[in-house]
Design a protein around this ligand. Structure first.
Ligand code: FAD
Length: 398
């Protein structure tokens, strides 16, 4: 194991807004400040979302306005080529890029083929460019959600759906094979619990096939689920028993409201923890479990939570694991938590940002989710907004 003594590790602070926003000119900082100031108003986000949807539906010419504001804050561009500037910019700050084709569209053969081609392009791009440590995709980009859901019911797939399922599985194999052949690590995002068992099963099948020499295929573990810490322990043991590397992306989970609503409507018990403390506890326990099995597990924590990042940093230091250990990554979303990403990267840790891209209209659902996430909850000021405000003040007084 690569050792670095604790005393040689730089001291880490996520409060350092000077580093976090070092790449932003005063103009860019002010612009980000105003975007987050507006998003911090819950009512404005609701109203804005309504009107943007309406204007796009009516084909009003608002694309340019969106593209130079919220799109520019959270997305790399409309195409991979348009993301080049962001990739280079992040690379200068020692931060990797994970190109995320964020189009959420129809579920038909045409869109599956478009998505497949796009994912293959991102894999090729990652192969050519060292600044791109991972590729990523969602199973619902290549499978019909209904089939993923049906597959995990007690009845299983109806006979007439078997061909369509198999066809999507062949697309999956083609994508994973390409990642394997080009030596590109590939994240498979986690989605809703009613399709996640199928996603898990398919992903483990791919891992067993392609993770023999190193972790190429990574599954995502949502630690807001009550069963997930157990699932993770089981996955670690299975990988050990079957001699393959386990690729893990740990997240808390993005579908809280949707999960709760469905459980309530269909009257089954919620698969999620009852409060955030339990989610935090399991996320941190999952991080430690991966660390304890670092010989078999390659992992990335996808989080904007400062305590969880701090915990991993501290545990790595305690165990004498080098901060740039190749099997350990931190990841955040573009335009969010730069205080974490930039400070970790400056201290020599492996950091990457998800860089969403796609046509403006098609990534709007993603952007609405970011706006909602950053709007004030019960009058609280969002963390991003507070950090930007601190940096504006710091520069004024500097
Ligand atoms: C790089 C990256 C990749 C990601 N990939 C995925 C993915 O593949 N699939 C996916 O689902 N999400 C994904 N996410 C989103 C992630 O799951 C979280 O929604 C998001 O990052 C917020 O959690 P946090 O750890 O950053 O921080 P925090 O702000 O500390 O945590 C917020 C999270 O805590 C949990 N939580 C909040 N309130 C409660 C409550 N009352 N009870 C129980 N739990 C609660 C929820 O999961 C919520 O999202 C990804 C995030 C990143 C940064």
């Amino acid at each position: 194991m690569n050792k670095t003594s604790a005393s040689t590790l730089p001291k880490l602070s996520f409060e350092d807004t000077k580093i976090a926003f070092s790449a932003k000119s005063n103009y860019q900082l002010k612009k980000a400040y105003w975007i987050f100031a507006l998003m911090n108003q819950n009512w404005l986000v609701k109203l804005g979302t309504f009107f943007i949807k309406l204007f796009l539906f009516l084909h009003f010419p608002i694309k340019k306005l969106i593209k130079t504001t919220i799109f520019q804050q959270f997305c790399g561009g409309e195409t991979i080529q348009e993301c080049e500037g962001t990739i280079d910019h992040l690379q200068q700050l020692k931060i990797g890029t994970i190109l995320d084709y964020s189009v959420e569209g129809e579920e038909n053969e045409k869109s599956f083929q478009i998505t497949k081609q796009e994912i293959l392009k991102t894999i090729q791009k990652a192969h050519e460019n060292q600044a791109i440590p991972y590729a990523v995709f969602k199973m619902t980009g290549i499978f019909q959600s209904e089939l993923l859901e049906e597959y995990q019911t007690e009845m299983g797939l109806a006979e007439e759906n078997e061909d369509a399922f198999q066809h999507s599985k062949e697309i999956l194999i083609e994508i994973c094979q390409a990642a394997h052949d080009l030596n590109v690590r590939l994240f498979i995002d986690a989605e809703e619990s009613w399709i996640q068992n199928t996603i898990d099963q398919l992903t483990y099948e791919m891992m067993e096939r392609f993770n023999q020499k190193q972790a190429i295929i990574f599954n995502t573990f949502q630690m807001y689920r009550v069963d997930m810490l157990n699932n993770l322990s089981h996955a670690i043991q299975t990988a050990k028993d079957n001699n393959y590397f386990l690729g893990v992306k740990l997240v808390r989970g993005a579908y809280l409201e949707k999960e709760r609503q469905r459980a309530h409507e269909e009257e089954y018990s919620e698969p999620l923890h009852k409060d955030k403390e339990h989610t935090d506890r399991d996320f941190n326990a999952g991080t430690l479990a991966c660390l304890a099995n670092i010989k078999h597990v390659h992992f990335c924590i996808g989080t904007h939570n400062e305590q969880s990042c701090q915990l991993l940093v501290e545990e790595m230091t305690k165990l004498g694991i080098a901060n740039n250990h190749p099997n350990i990554y931190f990841a955040q979303l573009l335009g969010m938590s730069d205080n974490i990403s930039y400070n970790l990267a400056a201290a020599g840790y492996n950091v990457a940002k998800y860089v969403p891209y796609g046509p403006v209209e098609a990534v709007m659902p993603y952007l609405f989710r970011r706006a909602e996430e950053n709007s004030s909850i019960a009058g609280q000021t969002s963390r991003e907004f507070t950090l930007l405000l601190n940096e504006v003040k710091r520069r004024k007084n500097a």
